[in-house]
Design a protein around this ligand. Structure first.
Ligand code: IMP
Ligand code: MG
Length: 182
Protein backbone atom coordinates (compact mmCIF):
# COMPACT_ATOMS: atom_id res chain seq x y z
CA UNK A 1 0.00 0.00 0.00
CA UNK A 2 1.03 3.61 -0.66
CA UNK A 3 2.47 5.20 2.46
CA UNK A 4 4.71 7.99 3.76
CA UNK A 5 7.08 7.92 6.71
CA UNK A 6 8.15 10.71 9.05
CA UNK A 7 10.36 10.30 12.11
CA UNK A 8 10.11 6.54 11.81
CA UNK A 9 6.31 6.53 11.78
CA UNK A 10 4.30 5.23 8.82
CA UNK A 11 1.13 6.88 7.55
CA UNK A 12 -1.55 5.61 5.17
CA UNK A 13 -3.75 7.65 2.80
CA UNK A 14 -6.81 8.96 4.65
CA UNK A 15 -8.50 11.96 3.00
CA UNK A 16 -7.55 12.70 -0.61
CA UNK A 17 -6.91 16.26 -1.75
CA UNK A 18 -9.93 16.32 -4.08
CA UNK A 19 -12.27 15.27 -1.23
CA UNK A 20 -10.81 18.02 0.95
CA UNK A 21 -11.40 20.60 -1.78
CA UNK A 22 -14.96 19.40 -2.45
CA UNK A 23 -15.83 19.67 1.23
CA UNK A 24 -14.23 23.11 1.52
CA UNK A 25 -16.39 24.38 -1.35
CA UNK A 26 -19.51 23.17 0.47
CA UNK A 27 -18.51 24.94 3.69
CA UNK A 28 -17.59 28.10 1.75
CA UNK A 29 -21.01 28.12 0.07
CA UNK A 30 -22.70 27.86 3.47
CA UNK A 31 -20.54 30.62 5.00
CA UNK A 32 -21.13 32.82 1.95
CA UNK A 33 -24.91 32.41 2.30
CA UNK A 34 -24.82 33.20 6.00
CA UNK A 35 -22.40 36.15 5.88
CA UNK A 36 -23.21 37.89 2.61
CA UNK A 37 -23.21 41.65 3.17
CA UNK A 38 -21.79 41.32 6.70
CA UNK A 39 -18.07 41.62 5.87
CA UNK A 40 -16.85 38.98 8.33
CA UNK A 41 -13.28 38.85 9.58
CA UNK A 42 -11.72 35.41 9.22
CA UNK A 43 -9.04 34.66 11.80
CA UNK A 44 -6.62 31.93 10.74
CA UNK A 45 -4.87 30.17 13.60
CA UNK A 46 -1.25 29.56 12.53
CA UNK A 47 0.54 27.38 11.79
CA UNK A 48 -1.69 24.43 11.03
CA UNK A 49 -4.70 26.17 9.53
CA UNK A 50 -2.92 28.07 6.76
CA UNK A 51 -3.72 25.74 3.80
CA UNK A 52 -7.34 25.36 4.93
CA UNK A 53 -7.67 29.12 5.46
CA UNK A 54 -6.22 29.90 2.02
CA UNK A 55 -8.57 27.50 0.25
CA UNK A 56 -11.66 28.33 2.32
CA UNK A 57 -11.17 32.08 2.02
CA UNK A 58 -10.73 31.93 -1.76
CA UNK A 59 -13.83 29.75 -2.08
CA UNK A 60 -16.02 32.32 -0.29
CA UNK A 61 -17.56 34.70 -2.84
CA UNK A 62 -18.45 37.48 -0.42
CA UNK A 63 -16.73 40.62 0.82
CA UNK A 64 -14.59 39.50 3.75
CA UNK A 65 -11.23 40.08 5.40
CA UNK A 66 -8.66 37.71 6.82
CA UNK A 67 -6.00 38.01 9.50
CA UNK A 68 -3.55 35.57 11.06
CA UNK A 69 -2.78 34.83 14.68
CA UNK A 70 -0.55 32.53 16.67
CA UNK A 71 -1.23 31.22 20.13
CA UNK A 72 1.56 31.28 22.64
CA UNK A 73 1.22 28.92 25.58
CA UNK A 74 2.53 30.26 28.86
CA UNK A 75 3.39 26.80 30.16
CA UNK A 76 3.01 23.15 29.29
CA UNK A 77 2.23 21.67 25.91
CA UNK A 78 -0.24 22.85 23.28
CA UNK A 79 -2.93 20.58 24.66
CA UNK A 80 -2.33 21.31 28.35
CA UNK A 81 -5.21 23.73 28.73
CA UNK A 82 -3.01 26.51 30.10
CA UNK A 83 -3.47 30.20 29.36
CA UNK A 84 -2.62 31.10 25.79
CA UNK A 85 -1.73 34.57 24.59
CA UNK A 86 -2.97 35.67 21.18
CA UNK A 87 -0.13 37.04 19.05
CA UNK A 88 -0.80 39.23 16.02
CA UNK A 89 -4.42 40.29 16.36
CA UNK A 90 -4.16 43.95 15.37
CA UNK A 91 -7.69 44.40 13.95
CA UNK A 92 -10.40 45.53 16.36
CA UNK A 93 -13.14 42.86 16.42
CA UNK A 94 -15.69 44.63 18.59
CA UNK A 95 -19.08 44.66 16.88
CA UNK A 96 -17.82 42.61 13.95
CA UNK A 97 -18.64 39.05 12.84
CA UNK A 98 -15.64 36.77 13.30
CA UNK A 99 -15.00 33.32 11.88
CA UNK A 100 -12.07 31.48 13.46
CA UNK A 101 -10.36 29.03 11.11
CA UNK A 102 -8.72 26.04 12.79
CA UNK A 103 -7.06 22.95 11.39
CA UNK A 104 -8.27 20.50 14.01
CA UNK A 105 -10.23 20.34 17.25
CA UNK A 106 -8.92 17.49 19.38
CA UNK A 107 -9.43 17.91 23.16
CA UNK A 108 -10.92 21.34 22.42
CA UNK A 109 -8.59 23.03 24.92
CA UNK A 110 -7.12 25.37 22.32
CA UNK A 111 -10.33 26.47 20.65
CA UNK A 112 -12.31 26.87 23.88
CA UNK A 113 -9.55 28.99 25.37
CA UNK A 114 -9.30 31.08 22.20
CA UNK A 115 -13.04 31.63 21.78
CA UNK A 116 -13.39 32.62 25.45
CA UNK A 117 -10.69 35.26 24.94
CA UNK A 118 -12.18 36.53 21.67
CA UNK A 119 -15.69 36.67 23.12
CA UNK A 120 -14.44 39.18 25.73
CA UNK A 121 -13.57 41.47 22.81
CA UNK A 122 -17.28 41.63 21.96
CA UNK A 123 -17.52 40.51 18.32
CA UNK A 124 -21.08 40.72 16.96
CA UNK A 125 -20.88 37.01 16.03
CA UNK A 126 -18.24 34.38 16.71
CA UNK A 127 -18.09 31.18 14.69
CA UNK A 128 -15.57 28.40 14.38
CA UNK A 129 -14.70 26.58 11.18
CA UNK A 130 -12.45 23.57 11.64
CA UNK A 131 -11.30 21.25 8.91
CA UNK A 132 -11.11 18.27 11.27
CA UNK A 133 -12.88 17.39 14.48
CA UNK A 134 -12.23 14.45 16.81
CA UNK A 135 -15.52 14.34 18.79
CA UNK A 136 -14.40 11.38 20.92
CA UNK A 137 -11.38 13.34 22.21
CA UNK A 138 -13.36 16.43 23.20
CA UNK A 139 -13.12 17.45 26.87
CA UNK A 140 -15.42 20.48 26.67
CA UNK A 141 -18.98 21.36 25.89
CA UNK A 142 -18.19 22.69 22.44
CA UNK A 143 -19.22 22.07 18.89
CA UNK A 144 -17.74 23.73 15.80
CA UNK A 145 -20.11 25.74 13.59
CA UNK A 146 -18.52 24.37 10.42
CA UNK A 147 -16.69 21.04 10.31
CA UNK A 148 -14.92 19.55 7.32
CA UNK A 149 -14.61 15.99 8.58
CA UNK A 150 -15.32 14.23 11.86
CA UNK A 151 -12.59 11.69 12.48
CA UNK A 152 -11.73 9.09 15.15
CA UNK A 153 -9.13 9.73 17.85
CA UNK A 154 -6.12 8.90 15.70
CA UNK A 155 -3.06 10.88 14.67
CA UNK A 156 -3.10 12.42 11.22
CA UNK A 157 -0.73 14.58 9.16
CA UNK A 158 -0.77 16.59 5.94
CA UNK A 159 -2.60 19.63 4.56
CA UNK A 160 -1.24 21.83 7.36
CA UNK A 161 -1.15 19.19 10.09
CA UNK A 162 2.32 18.32 11.25
CA UNK A 163 4.46 15.79 13.01
CA UNK A 164 7.11 17.88 14.79
CA UNK A 165 6.87 20.52 12.08
CA UNK A 166 7.04 18.10 9.15
CA UNK A 167 4.39 16.99 6.61
CA UNK A 168 2.38 20.23 6.49
CA UNK A 169 2.99 20.46 2.74
CA UNK A 170 1.33 17.15 1.84
CA UNK A 171 -1.78 17.87 -0.30
CA UNK A 172 -3.63 14.84 1.13
CA UNK A 173 -4.29 13.90 4.76
CA UNK A 174 -2.61 10.74 6.04
CA UNK A 175 -3.34 8.63 9.11
CA UNK A 176 -0.90 6.86 11.41
CA UNK A 177 -0.78 3.24 10.35
CA UNK A 178 -1.45 0.61 12.98
CA UNK A 179 0.04 -2.08 10.76
CA UNK A 180 3.50 -0.62 11.14
CA UNK A 181 3.38 0.12 14.90
CA UNK A 182 6.12 -1.54 16.89
P1 IMP B 1 -6.65 20.57 21.16
O1 IMP B 1 -6.27 21.78 21.95
O2 IMP B 1 -6.43 19.29 21.97
O3 IMP B 1 -8.04 20.61 20.59
O4 IMP B 1 -5.65 20.40 19.95
C1 IMP B 1 -4.93 21.44 19.50
C2 IMP B 1 -3.76 21.13 18.63
O5 IMP B 1 -3.24 19.80 18.73
C3 IMP B 1 -4.13 21.25 17.17
O6 IMP B 1 -4.22 22.60 16.76
C4 IMP B 1 -2.98 20.54 16.53
O7 IMP B 1 -1.85 21.39 16.44
C5 IMP B 1 -2.68 19.42 17.49
N1 IMP B 1 -3.27 18.14 17.04
C6 IMP B 1 -4.32 17.48 17.56
N2 IMP B 1 -4.56 16.34 16.89
C7 IMP B 1 -3.62 16.28 15.90
C8 IMP B 1 -3.34 15.32 14.86
O8 IMP B 1 -4.01 14.27 14.69
N3 IMP B 1 -2.30 15.62 14.04
C9 IMP B 1 -1.55 16.75 14.17
N4 IMP B 1 -1.78 17.67 15.12
C10 IMP B 1 -2.80 17.43 15.99
MG1 MG C 1 -3.66 24.26 15.43
Amino acid sequence: MRHVTYKGLTFEPYIAADRIQTRIKEIAAQISDEFRGKNPLFICVLNGAFPFAADLFRACDIDAEITFIRLKSYEGTSTSGKVREIIGLTEPIEGRPVIVIEDIVDTGNTIVNLTETLRKMAPSDLRVATLLFKPDSLKHNFSPDYTGFEIPTKFIIGYGLDLDGMARNLPDIWILSEQYDD
